[in-house]
Design a protein around this ligand. Structure first.
Ligand SMILES: O=C(O)CCC(=O)C(=O)O
Ligand SMILES: [Fe+2]
Length: 404
């Protein structure tokens, strides 16, 4: 099927600098292997849609996550230089990046030391993340009064009718990938699918809730180093009543048919957050891959101009062989893609853009090879779903990865 996104080859040299610097960066760190994608039936958790009561925000966590402690092989974003780098040791980092950083005007020893310090601080932040996140969740639970408590529990009425129709099809015993593709109508970029997810009223209320939270005195954890104004939805208590049933009952039937080769049949945890772009805050998001097997990105609004997404290829393909496709994102609609499919967001030129991002993970895939560091993960206990790894000896225990 022909994709509907705009191909960058045909666009004016608007993005040439950006692509150039990314090409250099990724050629430098291009040493990764494609993970083998085998699947076995996963141990399914059963969640049913819960009643619209406020308590569902805070049931006991049903699984414990694990983290990969291979922090000596991590990927970092140097925002100032718009560059993702891999840091193993100072020596490796100097060898791999000193010449490149010089071309990006990081050309004194002092500037280089600042970069090193920034990375070391980030290593420390990632090591402490699980504990600080748990502390924040406890305080939020104590002091934050939700504006729309009913939102914390998934209701069928929040979902777009077309989305429910698609999922109904996926749940049929005779459902096939081709049948689903016919129903989806649109492939925005190769293996990137667009479809309505929520009703407009739900998107508006969710943004009101999150604005209310931002204005409150509750502590805020940011989703990752790429985005300074996002909100981690698990810390607010959205996981159990909202995102777990959404993933298990609605999204997994869909990803099972679309991405069986990327763990789509056994997505067993997620990280859900909102990213926000504003003229006075973050404007764009540089080219990256997600710490996820499959990602759903839903546009919540508000009014904005520009800020399109762009997709390249999966990260194992060298950038010099990559053709980028620009994809429009429309309020209430979702873009579903492979986490390892490289992408970014172009700058908005007015207004405010909010997106709901669900990074979905398949422990069976990532236990074999961490999608961020390309190694077999070394695991430590984490809170909640953590980074979606599990200990083989104990499938009910999830573990996390310091690379997010
Ligand atoms: O802003 C967007 O739409 C993309 C966000 C994204 O790719 C991410 O947070 O992983
Ligand atoms: Fe992303």
């Amino acid at each position: 099927k022909k994709h509907t996104g705009k191909n960058w080859i045909s666009l004016a040299g608007r993005f040439s600098f950006r692509v150039q610097s990314i090409v250099i960066a990724f050629n430098t760190l291009h040493a990764s292997n494609v993970s083998g994608c085998l699947f076995q039936p996963c141990d399914k958790l059963t969640h049913s849609l819960c009643p619209p009561s406020y308590w569902v925000r805070w049931p006991a966590p049903c699984r414990q996550g694990k983290t990969n402690i291979n922090s000596d092989s991590s990927v970092f974003l140097l925002k100032k230089y718009k560059l993702h780098v891999r840091f193993v040791s100072e020596q490796q980092f100097r060898l791999d990046y000193e010449p490149l950083l010089r071309t990006l005007s990081c050309d004194t020893e002092q500037q280089f030391t600042e970069v090193l310090n920034e990375i070391l601080q980030e290593v420390d932040r990632r090591r402490r993340f699980s504990a600080t996140s748990a502390e924040r969740s406890a305080v939020i639970k104590d002091i934050y009064q939700p504006l729309h408590p009913q939102l914390y529990c998934l209701q069928e009425s929040y979902l777009a009718p077309k989305f429910k129709k698609i999922i109904e099809y996926c749940q049929r015993s005779d459902a096939s990938q081709q049948g689903l593709l016919d129903l989806l109508e649109e492939e925005a970029a190769p293996r990137v699918y667009r479809f309505p997810v929520f009703e407009r009223g739900f998107c508006e209320q969710l943004m009101e809730e999150l604005e209310n939270f931002e204005q409150s005195s509750a502590p805020k954890g940011r989703p990752n180093t790429m985005n300074h104004y996002g909100i981690l939805l698990n810390e607010l208590g959205f996981d159990e009543g909202f995102f777990t049933p959404l993933r298990e009952q609605y999204l997994r039937p869909l990803t099972s048919l679309l991405y069986p080769d990327w763990g789509g049949r056994c997505l067993d945890s997620h990280k859900a957050f909102v990213v926000k772009y504003d003229m006075n805050e973050d404007l764009d998001l540089s080219y990256h891959y997600d710490n996820a097997e499959v990602t759903l990105n839903v546009s919540l609004g508000k009014d904005f101009t520009d800020g399109n997404l762009y997709f390249g290829d999966i990260r194992q393909i060298p950038l010099c062989e990559t053709e980028c496709v620009e994809v429009e994102h429309r309020m209430t609609e979702g873009l579903l893609h492979r986490g390892q499919h490289m992408h970014g967001a172009l700058p908005i030129s007015s207004g405010q853009r909010w997106n709901l991002i669900i990074w979905m993970r398949a422990s069976q895939e990532r236990n074999k090879l961490c999608p961020m560091c390309d190694r077999k993960p070394t695991l430590v206990e984490g809170m909640g779903f953590a980074d979606g790894f599990t200990k083989h000896s104990d499938a009910s225990t999830l573990v996390s990865c310091v690379l997010t």
